[in-house]
Design a binder for this molecule. Structure first.
Ligand SMILES: Cc1cc2nc3c(=O)[nH]c(=O)nc-3n(C[C@H](O)[C@H](O)[C@H](O)COP(=O)(O)O)c2cc1C
Length: 385
């Protein structure tokens, strides 16, 4: 096996090992994928300011996200169906994150259940909530996250309707699943993947199965889930959640300064500037392009996180420079998981940590908490709209 030196190496290996239907599910954006590409291109367009003659012998990457100590300002983003990329994927990723000292966020649409993660980890993790039409079920999910000791609830607002990802439709990843012969044959070739899958009983949406009376088999489960996306979700629901949830509350999917201002009026502890990794509104700006305007609008009032497009420590530094307190990685850790399971998630974190540490040093920075726009070659206005 080739030596893994960066996230791209993990992606290439994941592509070899994960069945096409699930690899494509991860590595795609909506419609023309223009926003998905912009997320990467806009990071690449930001230049860092090289400094020399500064003592960088003692370095610290430790900081806090929503008051929680982290060994670097990077959390694992909620990723639905993680347990289909690798058997027991959410458990493995949560263990790797815990070991590394960064937050893991479990998706509502995970394969392993909230209780599964709680049983296999020792520190609090975060739970991502999709507000479902069935508010009783949503309420129970919040209570389950609380009972499992989750320290933050990440409510995703950018999915009132699902963005169309063309590859998923072509691959038959729809409701109900329609696997083509070509995809079945492809699965047969991914021996590591399916032997792992044969060794686990977790093959379905773990947070839903057994918690909704009308759902009995896979078909009814998929049907129920597809119907549960609620297009009527509004800030009133955030108010409703704030009354039920006593831990930190993070709202994910903010891309506009006006929405960020609204978040400040709803008892939210942090927002995630995010376009869902380019999977929702195709044509929206990259998250990193949207960040400066949002920081300008609400940066003095609340903590701001960012995701979408982070593939390296350099990207993390750029996001911090433009005002994010921390970032989340989605695909970067999922590639690691698909490539090498838990060890691959750890590897993705190590890669990003090392890149961040070296990049900070070459910019003359020793403490991640002191990163500001002065590490950029050009002023941040250049990057905002
Ligand atoms: C395969 C996949 C599934 C995702 N599922 C969810 C989800 O269930 N809930 C959610 O809030 N975000 C979800 N996201 C979005 C991520 O949380 C995050 O915003 C995105 O991956 C960040 O972009 P990046 O992958 O470029 O790092 C998903 C992203 C991917 C790639």
């Amino acid at each position: 096996m080739a030596i893994i030196t960066n996230i791209e190496d993990l992606r290439v290996l994941a592509q070899k090992r994960v069945p096409r239907i699930f690899y494509d599910y991860v590595d795609s954006g909506s419609w023309s994928e223009s926003t998905y590409r912009a997320n990467r291109d806009d990071f690449a367009g930001i230049q860092l300011r090289q400094r020399v003659g500064i003592n960088v012998a003692n370095r610290s990457l430790q900081t806090q996200m929503v008051g929680q100590d982290v060994t670097m300002p990077v959390a694992l983003a909620p990723v639905g169906l993680t347990g289909m990329v690798h058997a027991d994927g959410e458990i493995l990723a949560a263990k790797a994150a815990e070991q590394f000292g960064v937050p893991f966020t479990l998706s509502t649409m995970s394969i392993c259940a909230i209780e599964d993660i709680a049983a296999r980890t020792t520190k609090p993790f975060w739970f991502q909530l999709y507000i479902m039409k069935d508010r009783d079920f949503t309420s129970r999910l919040i209570a389950r996250a609380e009972a499992a000791g989750c320290s933050a609830l990440v409510v995703t607002l950018d999915l009132p309707m699902m963005g169309q990802r063309n590859k998923d439709l072509k691959n038959g990843l729809s409701v109900p699943i329609k696997l083509s012969l070509r995809n079945l044959l492809n699965v047969a070739h991914k021996t590591r993947w399916w032997t792992g899958m044969l060794g686990t009983k977790r093959h379905s949406f773990g947070n839903i199965v057994g918690h909704v009376p009308e759902v009995s088999d896979t078909a009814s489960l998929l049907q129920w889930t597809a119907q549960q996306l609620d297009q009527s979700v509004s800030w009133n629901d955030i108010r409703w959640i704030r009354q039920r949830w006593h831990g930190k509350l993070i709202v994910k999917g903010i891309l506009d300064a006006e929405d960020a201002r609204l978040a400040t009026r709803h008892g939210v502890d942090a927002i995630v500037v995010s376009n869902h990794g380019g999977r929702q509104l195709d044509g929206a700006p990259s998250s990193i392009a949207a960040l400066p305007g949002i920081v300008q609008a609400v940066g003095h009032e609340m903590e701001i996180h960012l995701d979408s497009g982070i593939r390296s420590g350099q990207d993390v530094l750029k996001a911090l420079a433009l005002g994010a307190k921390g970032v989340y990685i989605g695909r970067a850790f999922i590639y690691g998981l698909g490539a090498m399971g838990e060890a691959g998630v750890s590897r993705s974190l190590e890669i990003i940590h090392k890149e961040l540490e070296i990049t900070m040093s070459l910019c003359g920075i020793t403490d991640v908490k002191q990163v500001d726009q002065s590490v950029l070659f050009k002023a941040p206005q250049t990057y905002s709209k």
